[in-house]
Design a protein around this ligand. Structure first.
Ligand code: GLC
Length: 608
């Protein structure tokens, strides 16, 4: 291979910034979709057609070119979640609350097939963060604050995604990516991409632990964290990548950088590239500036700053992963077994997601045993999230920051749609609508009711834009292009990097979303007992909402099958979930995680 071919293989560009012709000309090894970056109408057929073009370009042997198939990667972190009509599973925090790694593995197998339906062979999942401070915007991507719990999911999910557990890829598998190496969930005050200031013993015992199971299960790729360890960027940390991950732990697959992660390594770009390459990164996620990267790395090799042995090791790993994925023998995407498969978003897939929703729910309060509800009861359903499949799904769904409302989540059921199907006398309050909630009117309709079901909580967010901290711009994030002509651009699609702010400054729900308490109080004022259902990416301080509710359910981010919430509320299944994170009693101040705990890890009431 020529140096140009080797450096090209080490380059990963974003689909909006690289054409098939450029993949051919520059020997680009990998293409990705940033969150929400989708071709055409964002249906499987559009994705398969796009992948066909990239594949054909990468396999061209024109002008003596070497045919090396391109590897396409996406963030399929809770289903094939970029694509319209996909089955969207609960985010990891809900799967952690279910304490059922086998069910999570079943979800991963379905995710692999719905990703393969789009012609894609690689997902940047599972996230193995062991989040320690729920102020972190990515808490919902973590299975638990307990490394043992996170580890119990890691290997099962990798083996399920890859449809093998020996470092190869089964016929129904996609390459997994254990991320983000290492300590992403341990930053001070939960600041995204912040500094994890702990001793090596704790880094290994808490944050590195799940990776042992992931590597044991044959994970083919690992993504480096954008965070620091004791003020040194993970992206330039030779000890952590070369010595620990590849040396001591024996990782044989490829290490991929995170989104423009090398930009944060050093002021001078060439120096940053050299440091990151010499630290052990093999494939570079340089979404837009891939030409600049190719030129810089080429110069660093020619100057001797990056030894050819390091380049050869990186390319060998990349080719090894592509061979393990069977890419050299697989036909073009359009001719593969799962491409455009009818099982995409099927009722059978959704039934598994609905079962996961049921098991993920954690019952925090159930005064007078009001739950389960009687299906014949006159139920007033209110709250801004009562009929909002977008809020159910949270971030990394159709768009990077997620979407609100129901228009862009095709298929599935909102909580309201699940209630309506089982309780004939249920009424959805317009007063609980997003519009009314936004104005805080919280007005509820007239009529005789027995109980109010109020669905409250957060709006979708992703990464640093979900942080709870002082307002300051965060790094430019993944592209915010609308998912396709069908997908009306939402506010989050228009925001430019400079507009991206953290979610809020307080963990108190009443501070973040006062409209929720307003709706609860409106129902109480009518003399109704309130069953509150919280849709959120993390535990929140809900002292007042809890006090004014007769029952209170943590439903996390359940995904497209909100009907699973209704199943348990009306007794089709019992509450079984337990807290994967301690529930704070009040807003933490300063750098330390919340210390005053209302409910401990493992807490959860049960019903029959
Ligand atoms: C993001 C995330 C990472 C994701 C990548 C590609 O910034 O940190 O988890 O896989 O970029 O979207």
């Amino acid at each position: 291979m020529t140096l140009a071919q080797k450096v090209g293989q080490m380059t990963q560009a974003e689909r909006m910034h690289v054409s098939p012709e450029e993949v051919r000309e520059f020997h680009i090894g990998s293409v990705l979709s940033g969150g929400g970056s989708a071709p055409g109408a964002n249906r499987p057929a559009d994705w398969v057609a796009m992948n066909d073009e990239y594949w054909a370009a990468s396999m061209s042997e024109e002008d003596g070119r070497l045919a090396v198939p391109v590897l396409y990667g996406v963030d399929a972190i809770h289903g094939s979640n970029n694509v319209l009509g996909a089955t969207v599973f609960p985010h990891n925090i809900g799967l952690g609350a279910a304490r059922d790694p086998e069910l999570a593995a079943e979800a991963a197998r379905i995710t692999a097939r719905e990703v393969l339906a789009t012609g894609v062979e690689w997902t940047f999942a599972p996230t193995l963060a062991v989040a320690q401070d729920v102020r972190w915007g990515r808490t919902y991507e973590s299975f638990s604050a307990d490394p043992e719990v996170a580890a119990s999911y890691a290997g099962r999910i990798v083996a399920a995604l890859q449809d093998a557990s020996d470092g190869s890829l089964g016929p129904d598998g996609i390459a997994a990516c254990a991320k983000h190496w290492v300590g992403d969930g341990g930053t001070t005050a939960g600041v995204d991409q912040g500094d994890t200031r702990i001793l090596e013993e704790e880094l290994r015992r808490v944050h590195a632990m799940p990776y042992r199971d992931a590597l044991e299960a044959g994970a083919l790729t690992v993504m480096v964290s954008l965070s620091m360890w004791n003020q040194r960027r993970c992206h330039a940390h030779r000890y952590l990548i070369e010595d620990v991950l590849k040396g001591e732990m024996g990782f044989q697959g490829l290490v991929v950088s995170d989104w423009n992660g090398i930009d944060q390594v050093a002021e001078e770009y060439g120096e940053a590239v050299a440091q990151a390459a010499n630290a052990g990164i093999d494939l570079f996620m340089v979404p837009e500036q891939w030409r600049r990267f190719i030129s810089a790395l080429t110069s660093q090799v020619q100057s001797g700053a990056v030894p050819m042995e390091r380049i050869d090791d990186a390319v060998r790993r990349i080719l090894r992963v592509k061979a393990a994925c069977g890419l050299f023998s697989r036909p073009r995407p359009a001719q593969r077994k799962w491409s455009n498969h009818s099982s995409f978003g099927s009722p059978a897939h959704r039934a598994v997601a609905r079962r996961a929703v049921r098991k993920s729910l954690v019952l925090l309060k159930n005064e007078d045993g009001i739950l389960p509800l009687d299906p014949a009861a006159r139920v007033l359903v209110a709250g801004k999230n009562a009929h909002d499949r977008g809020s159910q799904c949270g971030g990394f769904t159709v768009a990077w920051q997620g979407v609100s409302g129901n228009d862009r989540i095709k298929g599935g059921t909102s909580v309201w749609e699940g209630v309506r199907a089982v309780a004939p006398h249920a009424v959805l309050s317009e007063g609980g609508s997003a519009a009314a909630a936004a104005t805080g009117s919280g007005e509820l309709p007239d009529g005789e009711f027995d109980v109010a079901l109020v669905v409250i909580g957060e709006r979708p967010y992703a990464e640093g834009m979900g942080d709870i901290r002082d307002p300051s711009p965060v790094r430019p994030g993944a592209p915010r292009m609308p998912a396709g002509p069908e997908a009306a651009a939402g506010p989050e699609d228009a925001a430019g990097p400079e507009a991206l702010q953290p979610y809020g400054q307080s963990l108190e729900l009443a501070t973040l979303h006062p409209e929720d308490l307003a709706v609860i109080r409106s129902a109480r004022a009518r003399g109704l007992p309130v069953v509150a259902v919280l849709l959120s990416g993390r535990p929140l301080v809900v002292t007042r909402e809890l006090a004014e509710s007769t029952a209170f359910v943590a439903a996390w981010l359940p995904g497209s099958e909100g009907g699973g919430v209704a199943d348990v509320l009306f007794g089709k299944a019992g509450f079984r979930g337990t807290l994967p994170f301690a529930w704070p009693a009040n807003d933490p101040q300063g750098d330390d995680p919340p210390a005053d705990i209302l409910f401990p890890v493992g807490y959860g009431l049960r019903t029959k």
